[in-house]
Design a protein around this ligand. Structure first.
Ligand code: PLP
Length: 427
């Protein structure tokens, strides 16, 4: 029995399913989750001290790689001055100033403790600001687990949503409209019918929770256009894409303007941080300036703020993104070539340092239906084959992969060599 198997059995006695976030339980791929003891740079080490080249990177935040010495030093130093004060610190202003300077549509920003809190608060703000209740989201996008967002499409294209989890009131789900990602016409039709009732659209500008699906040309532009026409707000959820696809996220990458931006992951450098920010007249509606309530005991936590500040200082260094993106390109090309050589139909998407592979005959994957139609069984075999070879991929075929600045050319070559071996064994 491996240590991970032993630890998983123990964890299940006290924690539902043995994990504190469901995807970690490996239900999608089967088998036992790897229990991690430590991490450094591009590598994770499990409880048996086996090393893995990691392409999950804690689901995105660790763009510098794990345990970056300068981030750790800043965190340790700050921790010695106290872990939480429940009162303002200059560190919060410093990080807020940094975000407002970099992100063109961010005049004011509020820190929270997770991406879920960021999107939940952004939606409350959009509803409060517009005085409308309905929101529009897209199938396959994930924005955390707040009630308004755990909703899937109803039976007809334009019917109201139904809860995607027990515990979400149907009356609340009724206010969420779920449309197909990358289908601009459906968005236009929806606004024709409900335009004056819609508070906001929330969207992942590059979808990273149904594998990796970039927006097709014109999709994000249509969202901006209909929001402007109908007085709704556009929330770009850049929790995953922020400081990942570029220094200014997908907004900078695609030249699209948000009314409210949500951030998380990288801005906390691995500590629990989220943020939502936007145009002054909108953000001024937030308490204590305005009537829309939002709060948090640990929000703006000083240790988390320094981890974020140090991370941003490092990613802002010139030439940070170029090699990161080049290494992502090399990995994707290498794995596609390995698949081709082995006669395995596989395609890929990538934006910046995000990527995803699809086991499909189709040459291009642009929507949720295509993602769901991919060969899951083959992915699961690939996943376990790679894990055995010491390559840690996301344990589900509908998750994006992430490169970090700590991955070396040797790591990439080792990963491609492992993929060659695994492809040769796949049916
Ligand atoms: N928004 C997006 C785009 C995400 O990818 C996630 C998490 O993966 C969230 C929101 C929720 O963030 P958290 O898990 O920190 O609550």
């Amino acid at each position: 029995m491996s240590k991970s198997e032993q630890l998983f059995a123990e964890a299940q006695q006290y924690i539902p399913g043995g994990v504190n976030s469901p995807v970690r339980a490996f239900r999608a791929v089967g088998g036992t989750p790897v229990f991690i003891r430590r991490a450094e740079g591009a590598y994770l080490y499990d409880a048996d001290d086996k090393r893995y080249i990691d392409y999950v990177q804690s689901w995105g935040p660790m763009v510098l790689g794990h345990a970056h010495p300068e981030v750790i030093e800043a965190v340790v130093e700050q921790a010695q001055s106290g872990l939480s004060f429940g009162a303002p610190t200059e560190l919060e202003t410093e990080l807020a100033e940094e975000l407002c300077r970099l992100w063109p549509n961010m005049d004011l920003v509020r820190f929270v403790n997770s991406g879920t809190e960021a999107t939940m608060s952004a939606i409350r703000l959009a509803r409060g600001y517009t005085g409308r209740d309905k929101i529009v989201k897209f199938e396959g996008c994930y924005h955390g687990h707040s009630d308004s967002l755990l909703v899937k499409a109803g039976s007809g294209a334009l019917t109201m949503g139904v809860p995607s989890s027990p515990g979400v009131p149907a009356a609340l789900a009724d206010h969420t409209i779920t449309l197909s990602y990358n289908e601009a016409d459906a968005v236009r039709a929806c606004f024709e019918e409900f335009g004056d009732q819609i508070a906001c659209i929330i969207v992942e500008p590059v979808a990273g929770n149904m594998n990796c699906i970039p927006p097709v040309p014109g999709f994000l532009e249509t969202l901006r256009e209909v929001c402007d026409q109908h007085g709704a707000l556009l929330i770009l959820d850049e929790v995953m894409t922020g400081f990942r696809v570029s220094l200014t996220g997908a907004q900078g990458f695609y030249g699209i303007e948000a009314d409210i931006t949500t951030l998380g992951k990288v801005i906390g450098g691995g500590m629990p941080v989220g943020a939502f920010g936007g145009k002054r007249k909108i953000m001024e509606q937030i308490a204590p300036l305005g009537p829309v309530y939002q709060a948090g005991t640990l929000s703006g936590n000083p240790v988390a703020m320094v981890a974020g500040l140090e991370t941003l200082r490092l990613v802002e260094e010139s030439d940070f993104y170029k090699p990161l993106v080049a290494r992502t390109d090399r990995l994707v090309e290498g794995i596609l070539a390995a698949g081709k050589a082995a006669g395995i139909p596989v395609t890929a998407n990538k934006v910046g340092s995000m990527f995803g592979f699809f086991f499909t005959e189709e040459s291009k994957v642009t929507n949720y239906q295509q993602v769901m139609a991919c060969n899951n069984e083959r992915f699961n075999h690939f996943f376990h084959g790679m894990l055995e070879e010491g390559i840690y991929l996301a344990p589900a075929s509908y998750e994006a992969g992430f490169m970090s600045a700590a991955h070396t050319d040797e790591d990439i070559e080792a990963t491609i060599a492992a993929a060659e071996k695994v492809f040769a064994r796949l049916d």
